[in-house]
Ligand binder design. Structure first.
Ligand SMILES: [Cu+2]
Length: 215
């Protein structure tokens, strides 16, 4: 996959824990070794955006509701925080469920409208590095891959992560490309196995969806 291998950052998906984001706001940038606060006045915040970009998604599926909040404070790092609730009997069963960014910002008439896993701007007129044929897999290196959502015994699911594979700002890996982007939540966990994908390895059936919009 030419496009992906030429983007080293694309391989650096940073996996969040279920209890919180990988980076608490600012704490990976707060102090340097001599205890001197490395604040803005020293120009230490290379890549910090003038204005934090924010987005959200209202997520729903049969007997499943929830939302996701995204922000980008630094160039190339997007924080994602998702919370879902499934009613008893819903397909949001306790355990792990695959969550991905999917290609198109649409959930209707069926979740299939969101199309496949998001993998950057694949329009060759815009991105000459793109080399993605329809139906060609890129598991487990899609830009839209995210850590699994973890659902507890009460049907509450959470997923916090920071990904360097996509941006909210404009660019070749922006979630806000011409046709937008949606979250898809799957019935099974993503096993992050390489191609060719077996039927359920990337998460199986789609059980909830949410279009990502700017905040
Ligand atoms: Cu998916």
């Amino acid at each position: 996959m030419k496009f992906v291998t030429k983007l080293p950052l694309a391989l650096a998906l940073i996996v969040g824990s279920v209890t919180g984001p990988v980076f608490a706001d600012d704490d990976h940038h707060s102090d340097n070794k001599d205890g001197h606060h490395a604040g803005k006045k020293h120009g230490h915040h290379a890549g910090k955006l003038d204005k934090k970009l924010q987005a959200k998604a209202i997520i729903s599926g049969p007997d499943i509701t929830g939302e996701a909040h995204l922000y980008q404070k630094y160039e190339g790092l997007v924080n994602v925080k998702m919370t879902l609730q499934g009613k008893p009997g819903s397909k949001l069963t306790p355990g792990r469920h695959a969550v991905h960014f999917h290609e198109t910002g649409a959930c209707e008439p069926t979740f299939g409208a969101a199309k496949g896993h998001y993998d950057g701007n694949i329009d060759p007129s815009v991105n000459p590095e793109a080399n993605v044929s329809p139906g060609l897999g890129n598991h487990p290196y899609h830009l839209g891959d995210l850590p699994n959502l973890v659902v507890d015994k009460n049907g509450k699911g959470t997923m916090h992560a920071t990904t360097s594979r996509v941006t909210l700002s404009p660019g070749l890996t922006s979630l806000f490309d011409a046709d937008g982007t949606a979250f898809i939540i799957h019935g099974l966990e993503d096993q992050f196995l390489p191609d060719p994908p077996t039927k359920d390895a990337p998460g199986g059936p789609r059980i909830a969806c949410g279009v990502i919009i700017k905040k």
